[in-house]
Design a protein around this ligand. Structure first.
Ligand code: PMP
Length: 421
């Protein structure tokens, strides 16, 4: 009955029409979710990489109840609310100077849109209005809104969006087939080809997520930081997937010890309990808006940006990660996950590559069909993972236990061997 109602009334994002035999989820607890037939699965994907504290976390539930009893929402236009202020301050602490000021959004895509506008306005307000071009990696993914889609070179991302807005240029992803130059040289060349005086920013994910769980090579972020500085180009690091513990660090860019000018977060920020995202920028960037006499601030935002309930949940999420030692835990579980996947799956028939960092791992198969077959077999064995193209991604909640990691790896191993046979 639910499947029929779903087919008639729901339009699913990024999936063929109708739920078919897909999961209709009824509830979750810890790292497990239960479907409407009462079957329980280990969630090896944290929902859509966002349920970092799993489901029904008691501290988050308590916060929801407490904050709902106080103030659910109040727009940040001309006013503030307590949780939003405290959350912005906490993000500044975690990111470190000079990343100090935050604009809240509701989704990663909105954070990307806001960041595009912020980098363009930053240059315009400083008297360089021609600096509008945004450069990104060809296999990057920054969201599904029209401008965010224009940042990817994949026709899958922008089919139906056209005509695409101007001012977006892609460079080959390091290590991809189209990457004929070593590392970050492609960025330097693109900036020179566009004319540095026309380039606003370079957007990059520390680990390409939708683009196939591809960690950037060591040293890449440091090198592009230097290139951006040399050309007056802002560096925007998209940590929507990689931020808030996923890679075993608070933020993946911190592993390279660089400071972006702007960083976007989403997914794990409120751990999926409520829609919530953010753009955090340096004071140098933010101060340009503060000092603008004409606009009197950034002309951008949403009715529910900085929603009080969402901000309170995010604060609790950050507190929980800290107090429960989940960064170190994620690093340890990530090593176990990536290590075991490499040991047991590399070299099996049909497996082209195994890679990842922290609790963000990908297994690349030799075909879309094989990846889909393996993920379907894992589901049959009670483990949710998901394939996008030929890459199957594994990203359990940060609270995952060692036996649960082992169960995910066992399921993947068995399914891969069966798919090869
Ligand atoms: N940036 C990255 C790196 C992402 O992975 C995603 C979502 N997959 C987004 C931005 C967009 O976030 P949302 O789906 O919340 O709009």
């Amino acid at each position: 009955e639910l499947a029929e109602l779903d087919r008639r009334h729901l339009l699913h994002p990024w999936t063929p029409h109708g739920v078919g035999d897909r999961l209709v989820l009824a509830e979750g607890r810890g790292c497990e979710v239960t479907d409407s037939y009462g079957r329980t699965y280990l969630d090896g994907r944290s929902g859509q990489f966002n349920a970092t504290l799993g489901y029904r976390h008691p501290r988050v539930l308590a916060t929801i109840e407490e904050q709902a009893g106080k103030l659910m929402t109040y727009a940040l236009l001309g006013s503030s609310n307590e949780p939003a202020v405290l959350l912005a301050a906490r993000l500044a602490e975690l990111l470190g100077e000079p990343l100090e000021r935050t604009l809240f959004c509701n989704s990663g895509s909105e954070a990307t849109e806001a960041a595009i506008r912020i980098v363009r306005m930053y240059h315009a307000l400083r008297g360089e209005p021609r600096r509008t071009t945004v450069i990104s990696l060809a296999d990057g993914y920054h969201g599904t809104t029209v401008a965010a889609a224009a940042m990817s070179a994949s026709p899958i991302a922008w089919t139906g969006c056209g005509p695409l807005p101007e001012g977006f240029v892609q460079i080959p992803t390091p290590g991809s087939a189209g990457d004929t130059r070593p590392g970050p040289q492609a960025l330097e060349e693109a900036i020179v080809a566009q004319g540095a005086e026309n380039v606003a920013a370079f957007f990059v994910e520390p680990v390409l997520g939708v683009g196939g769980i591809r960690p950037l090579p060591a040293g890449y972020l440091r090198a592009v930081r230097e290139i951006c500085d040399r050309h007056g180009v802002l560096l925007v690091v998209d940590e929507v997937t990689t931020g808030l513990g996923r890679t075993g660090a608070w933020f993946a860019h911190q592993r390279e010890d660089i400071r972006p000018d702007v960083i976007t977060t989403g997914k794990g920020l409120a751990a999926g309990y409520v829609p919530f995202a953010a753009v955090t920028m340096t004071t140098a960037v933010a101060d340009v808006f503060a000092s603008d006499p004409m606009l009197g601030g950034l002309r951008h935002g949403h009715t529910t940006s900085g929603h009080a309930l969402g901000a309170a949940v995010a604060l609790t999420v950050l507190r929980t990660i800290e107090e429960e030692g989940l960064i170190d835990h994620a690093a340890a579980m990530g090593e176990r996950l990536c290590g075991q996947l490499a040991d047991r799956l590399k070299g099996l028939d049909g497996v082209s590559d195994v890679r990842g960092v922290g609790l963000l791992a990908g297994v690349e198969f030799d075909s879309f069909a094989r990846a889909a077959q393996v993920s379907q077999a894992c589901l049959g064995a009670g483990v949710v993972v998901r394939s996008e193209g030929p890459v199957l991604s594994v990203a359990p909640p940060l609270i995952v236990t060692a036996p649960q990691v082992d169960r995910i790896v066992d399921a993947l191993y068995d399914a891969t061997v069966a798919a090869a046979g």
